[in-house]
Design a protein around this ligand. Structure first.
Ligand code: PBG
Length: 325
């Protein structure tokens, strides 16, 4: 008790603060989400996400080379297909699929960069929902087959990891079996286990042109009010064979990250989503906040809460800041 205890003693100098610092960030904690489009020479900025681009495969490989040079562990690919249809057929097209092409090109140029492929139907369906529609409902069990086909197709293209983001029940078990049967028993699954029905995904849906054409995603993504249910989702995915579980969005759900990291001993990932990125960028552009410091503080807080892996659009920027010290 004060005056015996003085917590300021260890804050006196930069060196002491460094010595007792509990959490540190490294570029290797980061995975950069990237958007890939058909075509050549395309580098089209996303309005609501300044500094993020829709990239054709040639430019995507250049971006990946820079991320690898900065020490970022990997990239997470989102594809924008040539055409969308009711069953999202480009999602599992081995040759025509844009993500499949991107995976092959990145792995050929940069074999050591981890390529994670997001698994979901919403970018590929003409209705923008995350599965197969019957009436106005996403048909859970039928959707599983499509998701698993997509996972196997990305595995065949050479992905290092698949990351289902659809929130159907039973997708991990279905996908694990499909991957094993196709000879990919070593393919890790990073599950978007606790994915909330969040308004923070707004800019992403502009970027991927994936906003649902009717209704919303509340019948499959989680209610933001439910922290305990998030733990049930995580546990279900662990039981079904997930290797890594993710919480998404990140900053508004640090309580869920924390609880998951205390309860479960597999790696926890968190996704700092498009809206989190856009808010920081917009305020920084207005001079209302110190963008560089807030980028690092937000990422550090996500890590302190218990996430080992962070999906972040700031991956390159944060890595550069960390290298500058
Ligand atoms: C696909 C998917 C989404 C995001 C990641 N995967 C969109 C959504 O669920 O609407 C959002 C990522 C972000 O906002 O950065 N289902």
């Amino acid at each position: 008790m004060y005056p015996l205890t003085r917590l300021r003693r260890l804050r006196q100098s930069k060196e002491l603060r460094q010595l007792v610092r509990e959490t540190s960030l490294s570029p290797s904690d980061f995975i950069a989400p990237l958007f890939v489009v058909h075509g050549e020479g395309i580098r089209q900025e996303i309005c609501s996400m300044p500094g993020q681009y829709r990239l054709s495969v040639d430019n995507l490989v250049l971006e990946c080379a820079e991320l690898a040079r900065l020490g970022v562990s990997g990239v997470m690919l989102f594809g924008i297909p040539e055409h969308k249809d009711a069953t999202g057929s480009e999602a599992y097209d081995d040759h025509g699929g844009i993500v499949q092409q991107a995976i092959r090109a990145i792995k050929a140029a940069l074999p050591e960069l981890i390529v994670v492929a997001d698994i979901c139907m919403c970018e590929y369906t003409d209705h923008g929902h995350c599965g197969i529609i019957h009436g106005h409902e996403v048909a859970n069990d039928e959707t599983l087959e499509y998701l698993s086909r997509q996972a196997v197709s990305f595995a065949r293209a050479g992905a290092d990891m698949v990351a289902p983001s659809d929130m159907m029940d039973g997708r991990i078990l279905n996908m694990r079996r499909a991957l094993d049967e196709a000879g990919f028993s070593q393919m890790p699954i990073m599950s978007y286990a606790a994915k909330f029905a969040s308004a923070f995904y707004g800019p992403f849906r502009d970027a991927a042109d994936s906003a649902p054409s009717f209704g919303d995603r509340r019948a499959y993504q989680m209610d933001p009010a439910n922290g305990r249910e998030a733990l049930r989702e995580i546990e279900a995915d662990i039981d079904e064979g997930a290797d890594i579980v993710m919480v998404k969005p990140a900053l508004p759900y640090l309580d869920v990250i924390k609880e998951a990291s205390l309860r479960y001993d597999l790696p926890i990932a968190a996704y700092q989503v498009s809206g989190e990125y856009a808010m920081i960028k917009a305020a920084a552009a207005n001079g209302w906040i110190d963008g560089d410091r807030i980028i690092l503080e937000s990422l550090l807080s996500i890590k302190r809460a218990g996430a080992k892996i962070i999906m972040t659009y700031f991956a390159a920027e944060a890595a550069r800041l960390l290298h500058q010290g």
